[in-house]
Design a binder for this molecule. Structure first.
Ligand code: ADP
Ligand code: MG
Length: 494
């Protein structure tokens, strides 16, 4: 397959259907929507547009599967399915990487680089499938009475994912569901539905029984909302914006379904004068420019100690100018387009807001429209200097390649100012001082603290938010707990 010319085996010109109960179906309404390549504006495929009726069908299929033979699957059988799926994803990783790149724009070097993560996640969940267990607990009641716990799958899970990493996002929902014995209705983002649909095909190929994994593409306000409010869904696992997260919680109230939320961020990335600056410059740059800033934990508030502020910020700006912006399908590209016209408009408006607020762009700052770039949604890496804490570009999530660089003078001060945000997802600290590193690790109110690195991720290490970045954890042992109920059992034996 040739990514540059969009020759891809999955893009065969046929309408992409939805996966319900093991079958590929048209939308009940017969409607379809287009998905486009954000680098070129070209239509990649027409996709069945699911709405409430399709969600109903998919939830019914997921319920039937949950009550049916799937409930008899032993942990080792679920493990075998996950291992098989991991092998299939690994064998097809080139195709997945190309599909992610075509559908949402990320550089092919990045989507290829997701291989270890995607496959590693599936193998981690496979391992966990046979490691889940309840406990025997000593009680203090008189007489002979034994108490122990059972861990049971929560049931039908509605999974709603964003477009910024379609393959890994889909695996992050399907993996724990298969490991714990849940069934899933997955609603991909309307901007990037292709990879999750292809993953659905591999689930069937791996032998996942019909109805255990369902994939219903469609829009948030229709298909997504129907899933979040559905009375027969036991849990919603959501990744996306905090505003949508709030509406998911409201929609979940009808049947008090469980909710886990991985939302946005405005993460502080703190550089001390004693840091190894040769690492901190590209490290703090890529903490934002990776995936064109379309990562919820991007380190967008760059706090720099005053005595190195001017030098450091101009070095980051110089670094940002070396990054190659272009079509993600080109192996040389380091920064791809934004996912959509809508996102480009949004990010561009923040570039204007930053200037109006008095921040000074040292690099980037304007949409790129040279030659073919005009057809896509390209915004270059941008570094704003002279940013103050109260500016909108220092408080609101931009979701683009935009750094807001802010000076600070001492440790206590930067802790307080770093924490002054409604969010709490990621954070970075660059220092050679072990004492400072430990102090900040404890003081920062965020789900991840990266010290002398940024955005390190592993299937075994929990990831998630504090404050308005949401609740619940993905990856790690904690992730499985989100998909399990605890039941206490008492047996009187005398
Ligand atoms: P982003 O701004 O990054 O697109 P969103 O929160 O809008 O983030 O989208 C993330 C996912 O949530 C997508 O799959 C989208 O379709 C879905 N979504 C959007 N609005 C709603 C809603 N009201 N209810 C349920 N899902 C929604
Ligand atoms: Mg959206």
């Amino acid at each position: 397959m040739n990514v540059m010319t969009q020759v891809h085996p999955f893009l065969d010109g046929k309408t992409k259907r939805m996966l319900i109960g093991g079958k590929w179906l048209e939308a009940a309404s017969g409607k379809t929507f287009e998905t486009r390549n954000p680098a070129t504006g070209e239509i990649l495929a027409h996709v069945a547009e699911g709405d409430a009726e399709d969600i109903d069908r998919a939830v019914a299929a997921a319920r039937e599967a949950f009550n049916g033979p799937w409930s008899k699957f032993k942990p080792a059988q679920r493990q075998a399915l996950l291992l098989k799926l991991a092998d299939l994803v690994e064998e097809n990783i080139e195709e997945f990487a190309a599909l992610d790149t075509l559908d949402m724009g990320a550089p092919i070097s990045r989507t290829r680089g997701n291989k270890a993560r995607a496959v590693g996640m599936l193998r981690f969940y496979a391992g966990m499938a046979t490691a889940l267990h309840g406990e025997t607990i000593n009680n203090s009641l008189p007489g002979e009475i034994v108490s122990f716990t059972l861990k049971e799958p929560v049931g039908v899970v509605g999974a709603i994912i964003p477009w910024n990493g379609p393959l890994t996002a889909a695996i992050w929902k399907i993996g724990p569901a298969l490991a714990t014995g849940c069934t899933v209705v997955l609603k991909p983002a309307e901007e990037a539905p292709l990879t999750p649909l292809r993953l659905g095909e591999l689930c069937l190929e791996a032998g996942v029984p019909p109805g255990v994994v369902n994939v219903v593409p469609g829009f948030g306000e229709t298909a997504g909302a129907a899933l979040a409010s559905h009375p027969d869904v036991d849990k919603v696992a959501f990744t996306g914006s905090h505003v949508t997260g709030q509406s998911i919680i409201r929609a979940s109230a009808g049947n008090l379904k469980r909710v886990s939320l991985e939302l946005g961020g405005k993460s502080p990335d703190i550089v001390f004068a004693d840091a190894d600056l040769s690492q901190a410059v590209p490290g703090s740059g890529m903490a934002v420019f990776a995936n064109s800033g379309q990562i919820c934990s991007a380190g967008t508030r760059l706090f720099v100690e005053k005595k190195i502020y001017d030098e450091f910020v101009s070095r980051v700006a110089d670094f940002s100018k070396t990054l190659r912006v272009g079509n993600g399908a080109d192996p040389e590209t380091q920064v791809g387009p934004l996912v959509s016209q809508e996102q480009m408009t949004r990010v561009s408006s923040y570039l204007n807001i930053g200037r109006q607020e008095g921040a000074r762009p040292l690099s980037g700052g304007e949409r790129l429209t040279d030659g073919d770039m005009a057809k896509g949604f390209f915004v270059p890496p941008t570094v704003f200097a002279d940013v103050r804490d109260d500016m909108r570009i220092a408080q609101e999530e931009i979701f683009g390649p935009v750094i807001s660089a802010i000076p600070f003078t001492d440790v206590e001060e930067v802790i307080e100012r770093g924490n002054k945000t409604q969010f709490g997802l990621g954070s970075g600290v660059w220092t050679r001082d072990v004492g400072k590193a430990h102090k900040l690790a404890r003081a920062i109110r965020a789900g991840s603290v990266w010290i002398n690195c940024y955005q390190a991720m592993d299937p075994a290490v929990p990831f998630g938010g504090y404050k308005m970045s949401g609740y619940g954890r993905e990856s790690g042992v904690q992730h499985l707990e989100e998909y399990l109920n605890v039941k206490a059992v008492w047996i009187k034996t005398d």
